[in-house]
Ligand binder design. Structure first.
Ligand code: AAL
Length: 370
């Protein structure tokens, strides 16, 4: 390869071979301009909100030979309590794999997240997990979630624990996905959990962006309040568009006030956010114009793209040391649990939990991040 001396290129093009750190005082194309205005570092590896993701198979979960009758998906954040890590997740254990809405019955699931309960597991090292049992069972009809409870996330607030989850009143695929969010609470991460038996984040009024569903509830403590992010699907059938909103409360049982600027993230699928420096960072995966980005909002509301990456964790539930401490300077994340779905073999359709590792922390060697 022929290499040109930097000075020769500079003479030829009028542009320095090495880009100056400060924005040069010369007209620039839009692409060059946003290299100086939008990105915190010109190279991905120098950007503190850039990362790649590494995945490791977890030990300790039985999937019945992956025949599709057992599924674990949509993990919560990971928390550390009583000397071990805890994770909660959607578990399906049904006589058959999902068969679609039309073939679903009281025992045959329509989708992977139909006829599910919320289970939990603990681990000492984050790699080998021991399934502990059901945290939140489906309540009897007609309580919120009688058909399925799924997609949970954890909050610790004033010494108590709260699990928020999707409560299905109909099979997924028969508009059961148009579900709201319910909550149960406990004095201990081991339960027992008391259902609040009320909708805690209601769907928006007809015509509002979140009228159909409130999915993937994801609480953090920020600015002394509960900041609960969630996803909704516009019903632009056949093109579903997903965005994320924010609801804020002083009490975990509500009332939650939806932010007037909602939606606050215009893309993504499941919600994965964490305190970072003064603000909140978000993994924006899979759907929308800004998929596969890490975003940052200094105020937890006005998100900007911070980096572009790939192979992001589905439904990532990170271990966040300061998720509930009301930190004024979030330290970021280095690992968590996410899921992979088996979407190619419909007759064995199910999901598995996996571990992801990344570098979205201020200091990878900080012992609190492990
Ligand atoms: C997931 C989540 C929600 C949806 C379904 C189950 O990935 O976004 O939980 O309802 O898919």
């Amino acid at each position: 390869m022929l290499l040109c001396a930097p000075s020769a290129i500079a003479q030829e093009t009028g542009f320095p071979f090495v880009l100056p750190k400060e924005k040069p005082d010369r007209p620039m194309s839009a692409a060059m301009l946003r290299n100086y205005t939008q990105w915190s570092a010109p190279r991905p590896e120098d950007n503190e909100l850039y990362t790649q993701f590494k995945y490791t198979k977890l030990k300790g979960f039985d999937y019945r030979n992956h025949d599709g009758t057992v599924s674990r998906r949509d993990p919560s954040k990971v928390i550390f309590a009583n000397g071990k890590y805890y994770v909660w997740y959607t578990k399906r254990d049904t006589p058959t794999p999902p068969k679609g809405a039309d073939a679903s019955t009281d025992t045959i699931p329509s989708s992977d997240w139909d006829l599910c309960d919320i289970w939990y597991a603990t681990s000492v090292d984050g790699f080998t997990w021991e399934e502990q049992g059901i945290a939140i069972p489906r309540p009897p009809k007609p309580n919120v979630g009688w058909r399925s409870v799924s997609t949970t996330d954890i909050l610790e607030w004033k010494g108590k624990y709260y699990l928020y989850y999707q409560g299905f009143m109909e099979a997924s695929g028969k508009r059961g996905d148009d579900c709201p969010v319910a909550v149960s609470y406990s004095d201990s991460p081991d339960g027992p959990w008391t259902p609040h038996n009320q909708i805690v984040i209601p769907n928006g009024a007809p015509g509002e962006w979140d009228q159909y569903s409130i999915h993937d509830p994801y609480p953090l403590v920020y600015k002394g309040k509960i900041y609960l992010y969630y996803k909704s699907d516009f019903d632009g059938d056949p093109q579903l568009v997903r965005m994320q909103g924010l609801a804020i409360a002083d009490d975990p049982l509500g009332p939650f006030e939806k932010h007037p600027l909602n939606p606050v993230i215009n893309s993504g699928h499941e919600t994965t956010l964490f305190p970072f420096k003064e603000g909140i960072a978000a993994l924006v995966i899979r759907d929308g114009n800004e998929h596969s980005t890490v975003q940052y909002a200094e105020d937890g509301v006005n998100f900007e793209i911070a980096s572009i990456t790939a192979m992001m964790p589905n439904a990532g539930g990170p271990f966040i040391p300061d998720a509930f401490t009301d930190t004024k300077y979030g330290r970021g994340i280095t690992w968590g649990i996410s899921h992979f779905t088996n979407a190619t073999t419909w007759d064995k359709n199910h999901a598995v939990l996996t571990r992801f590792d990344c570098d979205l922390s201020l200091d990878l060697n900080d012992p609190v991040m492990k």
